[in-house]
Design a protein around this ligand. Structure first.
Ligand code: ADP
Length: 192
């Protein structure tokens, strides 16, 4: 099962992806996590990305695509994956579509976690206290939500037009949201 999770910062993509990964037995590929690992390891790529990320801006499309191509070439993606944090603009959506066509693994589902902005801000404020992420400061959060509305929302339209979009209500407990997701993808996961 090849699935992409769409949703604003704070919509719960990371949380749900971690659970879905167990459920589907496929790897969770988070571009945010991949980038944070590069930053932590102090690689040239990480050095380039660090400040951009802290400001809440987007790292270059070329870097992201290279990172993803690399990740998809690993054997653990043979049975699918859960992609989280990518695509974040139409150019990325297009590049991903072409990449997956080329390797003969088209996307099965684009799942949007729908949460309104006020709740998003509340959730990120809670996470900032608990995790202390560099980019969870108010200014960076505002920028990430603005970039999401301007650049990432059109990506949802892209998947809708390709007939791949499923919208899931992201408001509720983690269990409630997880159950909604499992139900939404059930037709494709039933065996026999
Ligand atoms: P969140 O969705 O909570 O904002 P992520 O962990 O997905 O956070 O990403 C954190 C940061 O990593 C982004 O704000 C951005 O700077 C960078 N990043 C992650 N994915 C991408 C991407 N697809 N394109 C460009 N930058 C990205």
């Amino acid at each position: 099962m090849r699935l992409v999770l769409l949703g604003a910062p704070g919509s719960g993509k990371g949380t749900q992806a971690a659970r879905l990964k167990e459920h589907l037995q496929v790897p969770h590929i988070s571009t945010g996590d991949l980038l944070r690992a590069e930053v932590a390891a102090g690689t040239p790529l990480g050095k380039e990305a660090k400040d951009i990320m802290a400001r809440g801006e987007l790292v270059s499309d070329a870097i992201l695509l290279g990172m993803l191509e690399d990740r998809f070439s690993r054997p653990d993606t043979a049975n699918g994956f859960i992609l989280d944090g990518y695509p974040r603009n139409l150019a990325q959506a297009d590049a991903l579509d072409k990449l997956l066509q080329r390797i003969g693994q088209p996307m099965d589902f684009a799942l949007q976690l729908d949460v309104d902005n006020e709740l998003l801000i509340e959730r990120i404020a809670g996470r900032a206290k608990a995790e202390g992420r560099d980019d969870d400061n108010p200014e960076s959060v505002r920028k990430r939500l603005k970039i999401y509305d301007e650049l990432t929302a059109p990506v949802i339209e892209f998947y809708r037009q390709h007939g791949q979009l499923t919208v899931v209500d992201g408001v509720g407990s983690m269990d409630e949201v997880f159950n909604r997701i499992v139900e939404a993808i059930a037709p494709a996961t039933e065996v026999g």
